[in-house]
Structure formats: structure tokens, C-alpha cells
Design a protein around this ligand. Sequence first.
Ligand code: IPM
Ligand code: MG
Length: 428
Amino acid sequence: MCDTLAPAVPRRHPGSQFSLDTAIEWDGASRYLSVLPFRRPAARERPPEILQKTERRAMATHHLLLLPGDGIGPEVMAEVRRVIDWFNQRGVASFEWEEDLVGGSAYDVHGQAISEDAMKKALAADAVIFGAVGGPKWDKVPYEVRPEAGLLRLRKDLELFANLRPAIVYPALADSSSLKRELVEGLDILILRELTGGVYFGEPKQIIDLGNGQKRAVDTQIYDTFEIERIGRVAFDLARKRRNKVTSMEKRNVMVSGVLWNEVMDALHKREFADVELQHMLADAGGMQLVRAPKQFDVIVTDNLFGDMLSDVAAMLTGSLGMLPSASLGPVDDKTGRRRAMYEPVHGAAPDIAGQGVANPVAMLASFAMALRYSFNLGAEADMLEKAIGNVFDRGYRTADVWTEGTEKLGTVAMGDAVITELDAFAG
Ligand code: IPM
Ligand code: MG
């Protein structure tokens, strides 16, 4: 594996090694991996062109592994399956999918949070679409096989080091945020979280019995230069296609891993990305700034643990945890030109509302839109799906989590219906 690939398209920035706009060879077809997910063109004008385009090109079949997981995972995944069916039936794209267990539901059947067989399928798939894991039912299971272990194994074994968590405020939802409208209206920021290193995976990770009635718990924060460099490259590459600003967050005033993080970001910036604005911020101050004036940011790059916390904060800026999608990308494989990828909503299993049919499917659907864009070069189709979601909000439909006075409250399936209705209208 390597995170560089000779580009088949001219690159605007020759210094860039990990380029998300690198053309990749996949199924023999040259695909341009667009990285402009955050602008929303007028999709109403686009579908005829999309349909023409799909008629012209030989359509590759993409293999998806769906892992709905626990809690509301299966409910929101059901809405993605309907969108996949819609794409297949309309001939807009061709997907084959299979489903497997992960998390507590896998533990109940296999005694582990993901079976070896499901791992094999994940490694072979073109993309994994993941729901959510966890719930009180599994609170007492051994730590190694807790539901979250399945998710962490997928991230590690698929080498999904770059986790993109865009926080976008849909215009119609600016009043659902806990912040004032003027602070969040038009918000479009991207949290880039390092996903395969740091304290999540560092060894030793253990609880030692000290023998005197005391125990000692150890988690280890580790970062090597290459890990910081490769996530930094993704941050700078993404920023170049957005508003050209990267804010790197760490705690160098307390942690030596923060000192190295800061040094490596600076060196990489000077060497390869001097045209991009780089700002450093201590992660605690960054959290404060995220709720004080979130629009000051463009791309925030940070480590695994800080990224986990800061992306939950960012989610609330958008009105609800139910709104935030994510893409987890691996390096491009030198030989196959393939990039492993998994797409998952940032929200968890939400056991408190599971089974009630009220979960917001938007983060899950928007995660599938990210799959269209990052794994399958279906950027226009991703725009169309995102636009469909935006239109649903414009029409005043809301799930309970983002409901406000004067809007119509819908359940999960009805929200999916509304999105499909918009897609139908686009496709004519
Ligand atoms: C997330 C989640 C996971 C994490 C949990 C479920 C292990 O909170 O994706 O943000 O901590 O990474
Ligand atoms: Mg989290």
C-alpha cells in the first residue's frame, strides 16, 4: 500500500503527493475522484445530463457491503437500501450489495463484534456502508468483544486513516441549531480526523492490578511522523478545493505527541503547501472557537481522540447529530488503484429511540452520497442526492430531532419517501 499514485490528469499542485483528485484506475475505467462535496449546484438542472451520461458510458457494477449494526442502524440503513434500489432501477448507477452483522448484533450470533467472514467481505468490497453499533444490552460484554470493537477493527484493518466529517448547515435548518442563526447560517466546515492512530490504538492499553487495592489504567497516545504527514496532506489537498485554510489542533502545551504533530504539520506546510493558510490552535481553544464563531474555520485537522470530540460539537452546530455524515478513506493501493473506504453517520446507535421509526436517516443518506462521490466518481449523482435532502427540508419536512414549530414531523420511512419523491422529480 502506498498513499501516492501517479496522476493521469494534470495536477494543479505538483507538490501534492496524496491527492484526492488523482485519477484512479478501477475496474479498468479511469475515474476522476472529485473532492468538491460541499457546494450544492442546482441539481434540478442536472439530472437529464446525468441520465445522458450514464447512457453513454459502460456502467460498472459496484460492490457494497452494508453493515447496519445495532440500535437505529438497521432503520436508517433501510432508507439507504431504497436509494440504492432507486439508482439501480433508474439505471443511474449499478450496485450490488450484501449485508452482514457488526457490533452487538454480531456478538449475539458469533460471540465477536465482527466475524472473520464479514471482515473478508469488507476487505473485498468497493465500499462499506456502516450504520451504528452499541447499546446498553451489551454494556457487560468483555471489553475485547464490545460492539465498538467491530467498528475499530474495520477502521484499522482497512487502514481508513482519513475520516472526513463535513458539517454543513442546510439553509432551512439554521433555526434547529443550539446556536444563533447568524452564527451557523451558511456554515460549511470539514473536520478531518486521523482515524487509525493515537490513543485509540496505542499500546500498552491495559488495566494493571497494583496489588495494594489499587489498579492502574494505561492508554497510550502514539503518533509517528508518517501518520501525521499523510493526514496533513489530505487536509491541505481538501483545503485547496475549498477556502484554502487549514486549522491544525493538538495539545502541544501538555502532550509531546502534540509537539510532534505541530512540527510535522509546519514542515509539511512549508515544503509542499505554502499556498494554503495554516493556523495552529490548541484543541481546547479550538472547541471553544467552534461554538463561539464556527464560520472562521474551513478544514480542521486533528488527531483521533480530539477529532471524535470536536466532530460531535460540530454536529450540534448543524442542528442534530442525525445530520452529520462521514467518509473514512484509506490510502490508494499502488497495484489496484483502489482506495478502501467506509461511510458511516457520525451519530451512534441511539438505543433510546431505536425501533420507534423516528430516527433521522439524513446522516446515513448523506454518507451514501459521500460514497457516490469518493468511491465511485458519481459526483453529479451525489449532488443530486444531497439536493434532494435539502429540498425535503425546504418543503418543511423534519424528523423529530430537528423539528421546529410550524414544520411537519415525519418518521424515518416517511423521510425516506420524501427523499425518493425528490429524486423521482429530478429524474422525471
Ligand atoms: C465515532 C464514534 C466511535 C469513536 C465509537 C462508536 C467507537 O464515537 O465514530 O465518532 O469513538 O470513534
Ligand atoms: Mg464519536
